[in-house]
Design a protein around this ligand. Sequence first.
Ligand code: PHE
Length: 443
Amino acid sequence: MAAARDHFSSRLGVLAATLGSAVGLGNIWKFPALVGQNGGASFLLVYILATLCIGLPLMIAELAIGRAGRRNVVDVFRTVAPRSGWWLIGMGAILSCIVILGFYSDVAGWVFAYIFKSALGGTASADPQTAWHTFNQLTGDPLASLGWQWAVLILTGAIIMRGASKGIEKVTRVLMPLLFLLLVGICLRSLTLPGAGEGLRFLFMPQWDRISGEVILTAMGLAFFKMSVGMGCMLIYGSYFKEEVNIPATALRVMVCDLLVSLLAGMAIFPAVFSFDFEVTQGPALLFMTIPAVFASLPGGHLLATVFFVLSGIAATGAILSLLEVPVSCLAERLSCSRAKAVPAVLAGLMLLGAPAALSLGIWKDVQVCGMTFFDLYDALSSMLLMPVCGIATCLFVGYSAAGGQVLARLGNGRAPRAVLFLCRTATPLLILLVLLHGLGLI
Ligand code: PHE
């Protein structure tokens, strides 16, 4: 079974696929606004430190485990650490992926709907309230919400069906450069607007007094989510890396490129937002209310808005591919069945699980579990509980188990593996624990 295992075939493909996972909607609707609101360059510095202490070591560790075992996220632990309970990390990872996909595919569906809406001029109002109304019409229509979510799942499922090299690698190798290109194009337009400097000041002006415990915890949580760690995506992608790929260097490149995409997104959005005197927002309000209204204020704006949603769709697609690959590869390998059977089975489960989230901004908005809508519940469950728990467990595996030590040793005796070992024994699990306790409202 393992003999014919697929692998990413080129260095560029490795980078494109891994970066495709890290770059997602987080770069667009979360990161830039958080930077601006929490102290500009000072927040950036805290974020970079948090990524070096949490995101990067975990990414290297997960990629190394994946390559050492070359199996799906459950069997990879059974291979590198037989007769132990570490495979439970893989089970947790699958659960996190499924829960995240439950709401992430929903948002991706809205983004895809907006590509068509803006191309056809349906988002042409410069009034944020009208733009918000258009968005509520979409989320309030159960058929449209579900239909777009399913369309995204089917599209990404069709890519996953073709496997790691012919599906994920081939597609991300085209999409990632395209994303950079489109982003740079919008940036240039936005930066040449009158008053654009105000947006740059909002983004980058250091404000050291803004840095508080709360802000540091936010940066740490972001470093975790951005690097797609704690949910098996890097484990499974590592299992498709060839022996000669330099894992620490790849992870560092992904970190730098991902940061660059986030900064470019900030420079595409905020100069235009300030130039037309709009309010700073984040999350769905930024993407579906402020951005359409801002672009509608520009001549030829619907074209820019369309391009913006295309690039957001690209970002979401790369992230979803990595999330989908985790359960699909596990099902296919465990049941020794083809992807052609595993993909529809996983998609059917996701359509069922994702439906309550898709409906929870419309007809099910009053249905609550633990005081939250399904959409918020899935978000909280994955990013506040499952991901940190899997992250801490991975650190303990690498830092304290003999099998984990051997996995790292396969990366050689250079500075990077030694630093990863040191961090996974000390700072990384402790910092993630703080994120977990904060997420649970205990600190
Ligand atoms: N890193 C992605 C983003 O920024 C989200 C993601 C998390 C994707 C975990 C895959 C796994 O949006």
